[in-house]
Design a protein around this ligand. Structure first.
Ligand SMILES: Cc1cc2nc3c(=O)[nH]c(=O)nc-3n(C[C@H](O)[C@H](O)[C@H](O)COP(=O)(O)OP(=O)(O)OC[C@H]3O[C@@H](n4cnc5c(N)ncnc54)[C@H](O)[C@@H]3O)c2cc1C
Length: 91
């Protein structure tokens, strides 16, 4: 299709991968790291705030609702992001 070999990057190619394969690929690569933990079928429903700081998220899992607390919360839940809405961050 095109010659990418001259690009000043480490990976001089473009890879095409269906999203479902890519997500599995990311999960597999992540498992190489001891601190990696992935929870599927887990929906973020709200943010937990304490003293004006976001300190976690409320999630719904097949086992029920619970809280996940962390030093850093990254919302990456797409265009209808619940996290962005709860954080009152306009796109
Ligand atoms: C039909 C279509 C065609 C497109 N074609 C192209 C294209 O050709 N090229 C291009 O560059 N872009 C394209 N886009 C845009 C591209 O898909 C988006 O810009 C991109 O996927 C956004 O990535 P994201 O990670 O922000 O969100 P997403 O890819 O939407 O990922 C969000 C993830 O969060 C999960 N999620 C959502 N809510 C929650 C919640 N409450 N709790 C837990 N998880 C949650 C979702 O299940 C999803 O897995 C297209 C979009 C559409 C709809």
């Amino acid at each position: 299709m095109a010659d990418f070999s001259h690009l000043p990057t480490q990976c001089k190619f473009i890879a095409f991968m269906p999203q479902w394969d890519f997500l599995n690929f990311l999960a597999e690569q992540g498992r190489r790291y001891p601190g990696f933990h992935l929870e599927t079928k887990t929906e973020a429903t709200d943010l937990i705030e304490e003293n004006g700081h976001v300190i976690g998220v409320r999630v719904t899992t097949p086992q029920g609702q619970r809280e996940v607390r962390a030093n850093l919360i990254v919302g990456a839940d797409g265009r209808h992001s619940v996290i962005r809405q709860r954080a009152a961050c306009p796109p």
